[in-house]
Write a protein of this length. Structure first.
Lengths: 348, 348
DNA sequence: CTGAAAGCGCTAACAT
DNA sequence: ATGTTAGCGCTTTCAG
């Protein structure tokens, strides 16, 4: 079939001998329009394959009913949960979602922000990329009154609204757990300490050590990215440490899994020789052997809360200006990879 | 700061004492505009924080420079590779991408198609959901001359352009490999045989058996979805088969990993008791133990090819009407989970 | 190389 | 309950 002419409200109006105003109202389900008229209009619209021209609508009404979300990666269990949470809320509230991801690149993050700004999203949800240097690219949104909510990787300075977990507590909990397993030389494998999530977890790690009178040894701190390569390299690095550490708290489940694999390939027994705790509670945790003790970071809740707050702000119910930080519940899930002492692990 | 007035080309024009036409041309980098004039305009635009109003532009120019993509899930390694491939090409070509996912629901897929149609994407890339009944929801696109390319889960009937791998060959290869390991009672765990990918793999499986004079036993065919639960259930089902099968060809790596875990928990040795072959070559393959033999399904290539063809069609270079089916290269990757006989496995 | 002017399809006063 | 009308900001002939 050929690309026929688009049908507009003018076509509907003239076909029904009505004004375009009535048609426009009917299509928006404005209660002021007569029910029968409305039905006639809907039926004809359907029959003529009318489709709303959102450009005309947005051009006129100056808002897009669209929310943007910037994430650092798509291929992450955690991010996917967040996305699911966000989507649930935004869909219910009648907003469209544009997903942009930066592949952990600051440059791309800036480009994404610019793009979403150009697209005139009504609101924005964002998590910073690995190497984001500053928040200047989000300034335009604030300048134009477009609300922004950050999650996970955030900057807490300034008066941004952020949705996070208590990373400090999680780092502390993980480390404390390892200490309770009689571990004394605990490696911490993490990523750039410039990012809140990693620095907070690190602080928790350090403080747990301190509180247990275990000296902090900077040789046991390994900083890398979150790639497979990083997991392998970190494991090799551990193997070189003498005497061998007896535990590792790793800031990401995938890296932990890779690391575990490499250690095992080199004859290290887990948890007997080295106990491991990961972070996030990805599906992978129960597929590797031994199953991976980790911190449960419920992305779906993070997404829902972030989206809910944004939507409410947009609808005028509540105002994120008043809200600075929202902390989502998180907890330690003990599995086999960290259990040196005999304790019944949690189910699953 | 307050939501100040948007600056438009009118503002730029009057500030520079030019006509809006010139400003409009300059902003599009039309070579007809004087270089100096252009520079002045660009500088002022930057200074005044001008941003293009895409709605006005699209409204006027009747195309959106946007491509839509409909996938069944986001939390899949394979889909993420496809997305990466698509994104690479569309970004280079200057198109925006709207990602919609159906959570394997036909209803949502129809809604997504409708939504992308309303959004007036210039082209569409799609993979069918688990239970998609028909392709009626894509008809509107064709009617309006919007090109559609399907990948992975497709309907080959009709004259759709599809990008796929040779699923039949892959099914055959996987099964043949297991047979070469002296396996004779090979379970096939798969999903709805209404979907091309699964039915083709199944046919390959059956024909490989036939060619090796192994009778096809329908009790060894297990059909389920691709969830964790499915993996567990399938494993339990295998355990009940008497005598125990000696191999399983599983249509998805994640399900294979879960299945393997469950089998191991029940004292089954892999590959000694049961050899396993998965499908996709997800990252998980080398993290589970033993490492998982699988079919390499290069999503990134699928994405790139699909996008390239769509973009070329859109730009008038090439025409997908002429192209019916594009087959992407795929291959078997042998790892430990299937090696009963002593053979050097491929690296990694 | 630049300008004038006519819409693209819709919404929201303001009328009736 | 319905109609009239003035734009929203831009692109694109057609004229200079």
């Amino acid at each position: 079939m050929q690309k026929d002419k688009e049908v507009t409200i003018y076509d509907l109006a003239s076909a029904l001998n009505l004004s375009i105003a009535t048609v426009s109202r009917a299509l928006k389900n404005d209660p002021v329009v007569n029910k029968q008229t409305k039905k006639k209009i809907f039926d004809l619209a359907e029959k003529m394959e009318y489709r709303t021209n959102h450009f005309a609508r947005n051009l006129r009404s100056q808002h897009t009913n669209t929310i943007g979300i910037i994430v650092h990666e798509l291929n992450s269990n955690f991010i996917n949960s967040v996305l699911a949470g966000v989507e649930k809320v935004t869909t219910e509230a009648g907003y469209d979602l544009i997903i942009a991801h930066s592949s952990e690149s600051y440059i791309k993050e800036v480009a994404n922000a610019k793009n979403l700004f150009e697209k005139r999203v009504d609101g924005l949800i964002a998590s910073l990329s690995f190497d984001s240097k500053n928040l200047d690219h989000f300034k335009v949104f604030k300048d134009r009154g477009v609300p922004v909510i950050f999650f996970d990787r955030v900057e807490q300075e300034g008066n941004n609204t952020v949705v996070i977990i208590d990373n400090y507590k999680c780092g502390y909990l993980a480390t404390q757990h390892l200490i309770e397993q009689n571990c004394k030389r605990i490696v911490h494998i993490t990523s750039s300490l410039k990012r809140n999530v990693y620095s907070d977890r690190f602080k928790g790690y350090r403080d747990a050590l301190f509180d247990n009178a275990i000296p902090y040894d900077e040789n046991l701190l390994i900083i890398n990215d979150l790639s497979e390569r990083a997991g392998i390299e970190s494991a090799m690095q551990i193997l070189k440490i003498d005497p061998l550490p007896d535990a590792a708290f790793i800031t990401n489940d995938f890296v932990a899994a890779v690391c575990m694999r490499t250690l095992k390939e080199n004859g290290i027994r887990i948890p007997e020789d080295i106990a491991i705790v990961g972070f996030n509670n990805d599906a992978i945790c129960t597929l590797v052997e031994p199953s991976l003790t980790t911190i449960n970071y419920p992305g779906i809740d993070v997404g829902e809360v972030a989206a809910r707050n944004l939507v409410n702000h947009l609808k005028g119910i509540g105002n994120i200006q008043n809200t600075n930080t929202i902390i989502i519940r998180s907890n330690l899930i003990i599995r086999k990879s960290s259990l040196k002492k005999e304790v019944a692990p949690e189910k699953n």
